[in-house]
Each structure stands twice: as structure tokens, then as C-alpha cells.
Ligand binder design. Structure first.
Ligand code: NDP
Length: 339
């Protein structure tokens, strides 16, 4: 067995952000590495995920997931290689997906690790297109929004991990029109030219309501909301009779210090018989096998494309997270901690 590293570094939350997080809210701390105890494995993290939901975990509020504890390592999705094992069924060299990200080496209870095959897909894909964001897109469109062939679909955050997959799955499943919004002209170009959206607009170039009206002259049947705010209001106005909204995320408000005002046109929900439904990806585990089968085959055939934005070096982990909130990623934002 090769020698273990002497130390591991992990990002800790040291102060709860008020509004936009500051680099000083975080600290990179070093701890000694020891042989894994019975039932545990030591994993060299090759990639870890930074996700928008982690902003919510920085607040000390009761939610669907426990807040990060101050002065403790943060956690989240990661993939890596087992470098020492004290657990049956796991050998040195195995690749695993687990929940102890934000660090370069992770001492993981084997029961919380899942083996993944690096020959089937690049390891980073298990954090994005074939992982949690991918399932979010798949379940949120097909199950929560009850998508059906011929629906016109609008998705916000469309150049991100979830959004780019929503639009492409809608296209592959026979949407009559797929419309996306994103925060730069380059992203808009990518949506149309690489992902096959029918129309896309840069929400920073003008009012969302006007741009959506132009992009969807016949209205929309499904809105997949990653953003909230003016996007949600515009979508309610554009939805056709019996339209459906999947409320997946509201990133426009994640750093707000005051409660976000609701859409001003809620009364339209009545006459149009709209349905708004929240989505929690963990409720949709039963779809996992079908999701992996469909998405893996679409990737293999070239029908579904995906992008990843890699940030190298654990010391850049917090910058990667802040960059994600600012829209510096195209597709899944991933940190590769050991350069
Ligand atoms: P993304 O890869 O989409 O990254 C976040 C993106 O949000 C940025 O790239 C940025 O792109 C966009 N953004 C940031 N601020 C704003 C703003 N003010 N207005 C509009 N867009 C903004 O992240 P994910 O794909 O991982 O997540 C997308 C959404 O899905 C998030 O809201 C997340 O919380 C939610 N989610 C929900 C899950 C659930 O179970 N409910 C599970 C997973 C994700 P741009 O340049 O276009 O502004």
C-alpha cells in the first residue's frame, strides 16, 4: 500500500454570510490523515461539486437539509479514488461517489460511498450530467411538470447544469418549442447552436417578460424555474391554459437579505388553471435507473451534450462557489482539488 499523505485540507465555514458570501466567511484548514477505521475508506477526492443549494446551508435556518456547522468542514458531492480501505467490498483503486466534498482527502464511512465506473463515463459526470443535477432535470421535467410531447417548454438558468439538460431532454422527448434564458450572449449562442434550443435570450439585455413574449409567440406549456423573481412572473404571464411550473430553484434570491416579493400576477393562476409544484430531487430516486439509461444513451449517440467548468486546486474552492453564484460557469461547476 502506498504511503498516506500526512495531512488533508478542508474548507470550513467560519462565519455565516449576510447577503453575498465573502471569502473571509471561509477558511481552508489542515488536519492529519490517519488510516481509516473499521468500515471506513480513505478517498483521494479527484473532483468535488459546488452547488447553489450550498448557499442555503450557510444560513442557520431549519430547512430540508441541515445547515453547515461553523468551524466544521463543509460537505457535498465528490468523486475520488480509494487510497486505503478498511471496509469489505472496497479496494484501493476503486472509484467512489460520496458526500464528503470540499476537501482533498476524505475519510468516508463505506456505507455512504457508491462505487462508480470510470470506464463508463468521466468521473466528473457523476457529479453533473449523470448525477444529482441530471436527475433533477429529468425528474423535474418528466415527472413534476408532467411533460408531454408537443409541449412548449421554457427553462431559466438554461446554460447551467440542470437547465441545459432540461432543455435538451424536452427537445429529445418531442417538445414543440424549447426556449431558454441565460446571463450572457455567449451562453445564449451555446443554447441554440450546441444544445438545439429553438430560441434563447440574455435576461441581462432587457425585461424578461418582453424577451420571453418574443421568443414564445404561441405561449408556453411548461416553465422549469431555476431562478424565481422576474422570470417566474414572466412565465406565469406567458403560460397557456393548464400550464405547469416546476419550482426547482430561485437562485436570483439566494443572497437576498429581505424576503423576496412574490410575482404580481398570481391571480392568473386561477383563470389559466396553472399548476405550480416544488421539486426535491431526493424524492425521485425511483427514476434513477431509467434516468441513467436514457441519459447515458443520449450522450453516447451525441444527442445530448454537456459542458463542465473545472476550477483546479483546493485553495480555489470558495472562488469556484462564488463564481457559480455569479454565473461564471457553463454547465456543471466542478473543483478538482489536487492539481
Ligand atoms: P447552475 O449550473 O445553473 O449554476 C447557477 C447559475 O445560476 C449560474 O451559472 C448563473 O447563470 C445563474 N444565476 C445566478 N444568479 C442569477 C440571477 N440573479 N438570475 C438568473 N440566473 C442567475 O446550477 P445548478 O444547475 O446546479 O442549479 C440550478 C438551479 O436548480 C438552482 O436554483 C438550484 O438551487 C436548483 N436545484 C434544485 C434542486 C432541487 O432538488 N430542487 C436540485 C439541484 C439544483 P447565468 O450566467 O445564466 O446568470
Amino acid at each position: 500500500m502506498s504511503a498516506l499523505p500526512a495531512t488533508s485540507r478542508a474548507w470550513h465555514l467560519v462565519a455565516r454570510p449576510h447577503g453575498w458570501p465573502e471569502p473571509t466567511d471561509f477558511a481552508l484548514r489542515e488536519t492529519p490523515v490517519t488510516e481509516p477505521a473499521e468500515g471506513r475508506i480513505l478517498v483521494k477526492n479527484l473532483h468535488f461539486s459546488v452547488d447553489p443549494y450550498m448557499r442555503g446551508r450557510m444560513n442557520d435556518v431549519k430547512s430540508y437539509i441541515a445547515p453547515f456547522q461553523l468551524d466544521q468542514p463543509m460537505d457535498g458531492g465528490a468523486v475520488g479514488e480509494v487510497i486505503a480501505s478498511n471496509a469489505e467490498g472496497f479496494a484501493v483503486g476503486d472509484h467512489v461517489l460520496h458526500g464528503l466534498g470540499w476537501r482533498d482527502y476524505a475519510d468516508v464511512p463505506a456505507k455512504h460511498a457508491k462505487k462508480v465506473d470510470a470506464n463508463l463515463a468521466p468521473l466528473s459526470a457523476y457529479l453533473g450530467v449523470l448525477g444529482m443535477p441530471g436527475l433533477t432535470a429529468y425528474a423535474g421535467l418528466l415527472e413534476v411538470a408532467s411533460f408531454k410531447e408537443g409541449d412548449a417548454v421554457f427553462v431559466s438558468g438554461a446554460a447551467g447544469a440542470v437547465g441545459s439538460q432540461v432543455g435538451q431532454i424536452a427537445r429529445l422527448k418531442g417538445a414543440s418549442r424549447v426556449i431558454g434564458s441565460a446571463g450572457s450572449d455567449e451562453k445564449v449562442k451555446l443554447l441554440v447552436e450546441e444544445y438545439g434550443f429553438d430560441a434563447a435570450f440574455n435576461y441581462k439585455n432587457g425585461p424578461v417578460a418582453e424577451q420571453l413574449k418574443e421568443a414564445a409567440p404561441e405561449g408556453i406549456d411548461v416553465y422549469f424555474d431555476n431562478v424565481g423573481g422576474d422570470h417566474l412572473e414572466a412565465a406565469i404571464s406567458r403560460l397557456n391554459l393548464h400550464g405547469r411550473i416546476t419550482i426547482c430553484g430561485m437562485i436570483a434570491g439566494y443572497n437576498d437579505t429581505e424576503p423576496t416579493p412574490g410575482p404580481r400576477n398570481m391571480a392568473m393562476i386561477i383563470g389559466k388553471r396553472l399548476r405550480l409544484q416544488g421539486l426535491m430531487v431526493q424524492d425521485h430516486g425511483a427514476l434513477q435507473p431509467q434516468f441513467v439509461q436514457d441519459v447515458a444513451s443520449w450522450i453516447a449517440s451525441g444527442e445530448l451534450k454537456y459542458n463542465e467548468t473545472f476550477v483546479e486546486g483546493i485553495e480555489n474552492g470558495v472562488d469556484a462557489f462564488l463564481g457559480l453564484l455569479r454565473g461564471e460557469n457553463t454547465g456543471k461547476m466542478i473543483v478538482s482539488p489536487t492539481k
